[in-house]
Every structure is written in structure tokens, then in C-alpha cells.
Design a protein around this ligand. Structure first.
Ligand SMILES: Cc1cc2nc3c(=O)[nH]c(=O)nc-3n(C[C@H](O)[C@H](O)[C@H](O)COP(=O)(O)O)c2cc1C
Ligand SMILES: Nc1ccn([C@@H]2O[C@H](COP(=O)(O)OP(=O)(O)O)[C@@H](O)[C@H]2O)c(=O)n1
Ligand SMILES: [Mg+2]
Length: 232
């Protein structure tokens, strides 16, 4: 589980952006606090404090040497910058559609179990307005769509809360309304569901719907599908 962190303030995000602009996303970059301070139009102490905080929060790695420091932006740092980027994209590209492509695939046969648990089903009824068919239709995303799916982070999902039974806890899941297209067939009442705890990687997308999509569309393993995520 990731630790809970205080969000970076805007000056700290700006510092991270400057580090990326001088190449610290692609590997180690040597910098002095004085040169960073110049770029940020701030004092050396301020630049130093911001670097320290970025390091403490895990957004950069640093190796301090006598005449400066070697800085690398970590994966968490890259993700933080990408979130910033997605927010701007949302501001300037409001009309752009978020469409993902891939092929239908079989998963581990666990989706059915989770969807039918009463702690989730009750919320699906209340928040989505339907009882999903027991399971998730799994889609193997194309390389391009694996990158595009990060744009989901900039949308407001319908949140299915985590809950507890007598013997274990269940994680939350996030739902995004979507239209699924196979050839000429469109199926509108569907949601992309991203469970917080999952055994699948970013290349795998799961969909829920009131009906068995494999029969309705129809679709089988290998069928190419397109998923247009629609704003609520
Ligand atoms: C609503 C929902 C909640 C889930 N909650 C959990 C969870 O708490 N813990 C967990 O290990 N997996 C959870 N999963 C993920 C499943 O274990 C699995 O990774 C995923 O649904 C893929 O299943 P599939 O390959 O059978 O389609 C959840 C899945 C769904 C759909
Ligand atoms: N709305 C849905 C949900 C699942 N399904 C399918 O129903 C079956 C059970 O879902 P599952 O998530 O338990 O299984 P896998 O995705 O692990 O294969 C799978 O074949 C899914 O592809 C469907 O056709 N339509
Ligand atoms: Mg599934």
C-alpha cells in the first residue's frame, strides 16, 4: 500500500517541472542549487528546501556531491507531472474523446465473484442504476491505448466504496460510463471499472454492463473492440 502523503504545493510542482525540463526525467542530471534558484527566480535556500521536500516525498532521487547534486525524477515524480499534464489537457481539450481500443480476452475468472458480492452489488444498483451481469469483460489494450488510459485519471469516476465482511476487507473500484463498439454494433449502457486492488496491469481494461456482452454484441476472445469513455 502506498503511504498517504501531503499533496505538493504549486511551487514544489513547479520545481519538479523545471527538473523535468532540464532532463531529470530521462536520467541523472547534475545541478547546483544556485542554478536551480536562478531558473525558479527564488533564493538558493528556497530552491534547496524544495529539493529536500521533493526527495522526502519520493518524487526525486538525489546524490549530493561537492559541487552540486545529481538528480533523477522517480516514477512517482513522473506520475505527479503526468497528473498535472492531464489536468491541462482537460482544460484545453475538453471536446476530445477518450477512446480506447483492444481485443476481448479471458481473465482469471474472478470478476464474477467480486461483481456478485452484496457489498458491491448494492452500490452498483444505487450508483449505476443497474445490476451488472456477473463478471467483467476483459480487454487487452493496444500499446497506444495503454498510454491513453492514463487520461482516465483526469475524469471524476463514480466511486464504488471499499467495505468489510467478517473476515476481510474489499477495496474500492472506480466506474466510468462508456460506449462499447464492435464493428457496427454499439452498446451504450456499460462502465469501465478499475478496481483499486487488481491482479491485472495497465494493459488490461475491464467492463461491466447489465447484460452479457459476449452474447449481446456478440464478442469472443480476439474480437476487436473500441471503448469511448463518455463524461457523466
Ligand atoms: C468490483 C471489484 C472489486 C474488486 N475488489 C478486489 C479486492 O478487494 N481485492 C482483490 O484482490 N481484487 C479485487 N478485485 C479484482 C479481481 O481480483 C480481479 O483482478 C479482476 O476483477 C479481474 O478479474 P478477471 O480476470 O476474472 O476478469 C475486484 C474486482 C472488481 C470488479
Ligand atoms: N458484462 C459482461 C461481463 C462479463 N462477461 C463475460 O462473462 C464471463 C465471466 O466474467 P469474469 O470476469 O468472471 O471472467 P474473466 O474475465 O476472468 O474471463 C467472461 O467470459 C466475461 O468475458 C460478459 O460477456 N459481459
Ligand atoms: Mg473479467
Amino acid at each position: 500500500m502506498a503511504e498517504t502523503r501531503r499533496a505538493l504545493d504549486s511551487a514544489e510542482v513547479l520545481t519538479l517541472k523545471h527538473l523535468a525540463l532540464v532532463g531529470a526525467l530521462d536520467g541523472e542530471r547534475k545541478l547546483s542549487c544556485a542554478s536551480l534558484a536562478d531558473r525558479l527566480d527564488a533564493s538558493t535556500q528556497t530552491a534547496s528546501r524544495r529539493l529536500q521536500r521533493l526527495e522526502e516525498e519520493g518524487f526525486i532521487d538525489r546524490d549530493v556531491v561537492s559541487d552540486g547534486q545529481w538528480i533523477t525524477i522517480t516514477d512517482d515524480g513522473r506520475r505527479r507531472l503526468r497528473t498535472e499534464y492531464e489536468t491541462y489537457r482537460r482544460i484545453f481539450e475538453v471536446d476530445e474523446e477518450l477512446t480506447l481500443a483492444g481485443t476481448v480476452t479471458s481473465g482469471m475468472g474472478e470478476g464474477r465473484h467480486y461483481i456478485t458480492l452484496s457489498g458491491y452489488m448494492r452500490q452498483f444498483r444505487e450508483k449505476l442504476g443497474y445490476e451488472p451481469f456477473p463478471g467483467t469483460l476483459n480487454v487487452d489494450l493496444t500499446e497506444e491505448s495503454i498510454r491513453t488510459r492514463t487520461r482516465l485519471d483526469a475524469l471524476d469516476p463514480i466511486v464504488i466504496d471499499g467495505w468489510e465482511s467478517d473476515d476481510r476487507t474489499y477495496g474500492p473500484a472506480y466506474c466510468y460510463p462508456a460506449t462499447l463498439t464492435v464493428g457496427d454494433e454499439q452498446y451504450a449502457e456499460t462502465h469501465v471499472i478499475t478496481p483499486e486492488r487488481t491482479h491485472h496491469g495497465d494493459d488490461h481494461l475491464e467492463l461491466i454492463a447489465p447484460e452479457k456482452l459476449r452474447d449481446t454484441l456478440p464478442a469472443e476472445d480476439g474480437t476487436e473492440v473500441s471503448i469511448r469513455v463518455t463524461e457523466q
